[in-house]
Ligand binder design. Structure first.
Ligand code: SF4
Ligand code: SF4
Length: 440
């Protein structure tokens, strides 16, 4: 694609990167067929190619974002399915990240939109605030159908609907500490991201990861001061916030690396994993942090990438339900981790079914299911129908957002890959599976 940026515009490092990305797009349109919003809405401007043109015009003009650009960029899930499909290797992720930051800087959203976004950015990344808000949402759940009938309040209805029926107790694994390797001989040392929303909604996921790793001789560190990875605010274009979160985690893990070393930084929420792996790029122009961030990103791994390298031995459970594996977009498209979770589940003895249209997003996408509830619901229903068609007894995924989203549309137990693996290799029954196993 030909571009027309001035030399002054190209002096900006973000514009320079975007110009390079735009030049790689040959507007072939292959990406449109696998873009969830194009598949649903059929509008070229809601396809990757259409958005690329809109972003190009916006950045080249150097003007404030228009309502049209904002509408179509906001509808993008950042699922990155287009990147998996694109034969030219267009780096859509960094292009749309730049577009979102430009929109945030130059466009004044309607007051209600601004309020919702500020509220999400002020609550979600902070576990204690998120816990308090979730408890309030549980109480407010009965009002969701009423709110849904009033279009300006539909986002609040979506938030109430997404709230769980109850919250698990806060877990001791959410504190800074070291979990020693079992069995006397340490075979490895990793840090585990505690995260924000997941640590409140389902601390059982990290509990399972820690049990499984320490049983296999791996020491697990929860670093002091580590917190939200910054993905939620990054996808809202709130660059200052997301960069501050990234720097905070780089500092926390650098201290651990410098005092004993780390083999990997493990992430059990794939949406966060994609962002931690991108810290090196995000902080590339920060003289103080660039090298440290690149080191952190190089160590970052999804939990299944790391488990795949370990000898987990023979599984201990024989009563293994059939599993529908939902590939989270951040894992399959964002990190290109496609086979490790399924291979691990198969090795543990589970019969794993692929889900039709597995490349399409479930509609979760960070804060998307709260900001774009109508599209998110359509995608969820389509995903759940494809999952139900497999006939599998349970649903497994590697991202808390997907687990929450899909769990709202099906009666089947929905749980994280690592919870199922921990159970198969001798751990306790995961919370989501206990009633299912008892009723068998
Ligand atoms: S598939 Fe790639 S090169 Fe083709 S239009 Fe889409 S982004 Fe551009
Ligand atoms: S990231 Fe997903 S929703 Fe956005 S343009 Fe690409 S395929 Fe479409």
């Amino acid at each position: 694609m030909q571009t027309n940026f001035t030399l002054a515009q190209l002096a900006d490092p973000d514009t320079k990167v975007s110009e390079k990305i735009l030049r790689t797009c040959v507007h072939c349109g292959f990406c449109t067929a696998t873009c969830p919003t194009y598949v649903l809405l059929g509008d070229e401007l809601d396809s990757p190619r259409g958005r690329i043109y809109l972003i190009k015009d916006m950045l080249e003009s150097g003007k404030a974002a228009t309502e049209e650009v904002v509408t179509h960029v906001d509808r993008c899930l950042s699922c990155l399915s287009c990147m998996t499909t694109c034969p030219s290797g267009v780096d859509y992720m960094h292009l749309v990240d730049h577009a979102r930051a430009h929109i945030e800087k130059t466009y004044t959203r309607p007051a209600a939109d601004r309020f919702v976004r500020r509220m999400l950015a002020a609550i979600l990344p902070y576990p204690s605030r998120f816990r308090a808000a979730s408890l309030a949402a549980i109480l407010g759940k009965p009002f969701a159908p009423l709110l849904r009938r009033v279009p300006p309040l539909s986002r609040f209805a979506a938030m109430l609907e997404l709230a769980p029926a109850s919250l698990p107790r806060s877990s001791s694994v959410n504190r800074r500490q070291v979990f020693p390797a079992e069995g006397g001989r340490r075979k490895g040392r990793v840090a585990l991201l505690r995260g924000c929303a997941q640590s409140v909604l389902d601390p059982g996921i990290n509990e399972a990861a820690i049990r499984l790793l320490t049983r296999k001789g791996i020491e697990v560190v929860i670093a002091e001061g580590e917190g939200c990875c910054g993905a939620l605010t990054h996808h809202m274009g709130r660059t200052a916030d997301s960069h501050a979160f990234a720097r905070n985690n780089v500092d926390a893990w650098t201290k651990v690396i410098d005092s004993g070393g780390l083999d990997a930084i493990l992430v059990t929420t794939s949406g966060c994993g994609t962002t931690v792996k991108d810290y090196g790029f995000i902080l590339r122009t920060d003289g103080t942090y660039a090298a440290k961030a690149a080191r952190v990103s190089a160590l970052a791994k999804d939990i299944t990438e790391y488990l795949e390298q370990l000898d987990l031995g023979a599984p201990k459970r024989m009563d293994r339900p059939t599993v529908a594996y939902h590939a989270a977009c951040s894992l399959q498209h964002g990190q290109q981790v496609k086979f490790a979770p399924k291979a691990l589940l198969a090795k543990a003895g589970f019969k794993v079914s692929d889900v039709a249209e597995g490349h399409l997003c479930c509609g979760s996408a960070g804060t998307y299911n709260m900001l774009q509830p109508a599209i998110a619901r359509q995608l969820r229903d389509r995903k759940v129908a494809n999952i139900e068609a497999t006939g599998a007894e349970i649903v497994v995924a590697g991202n808390i957002g997907c687990l929450t989203q899909i769990g709202k549309g099906t009666e089947k137990p929905v749980l994280h890959t690592v919870e199922l693996l921990d159970w198969a290799y001798g751990g306790p029954i995961p919370r989501a599976l206990s009633s299912y196993v008892l009723s068998r």
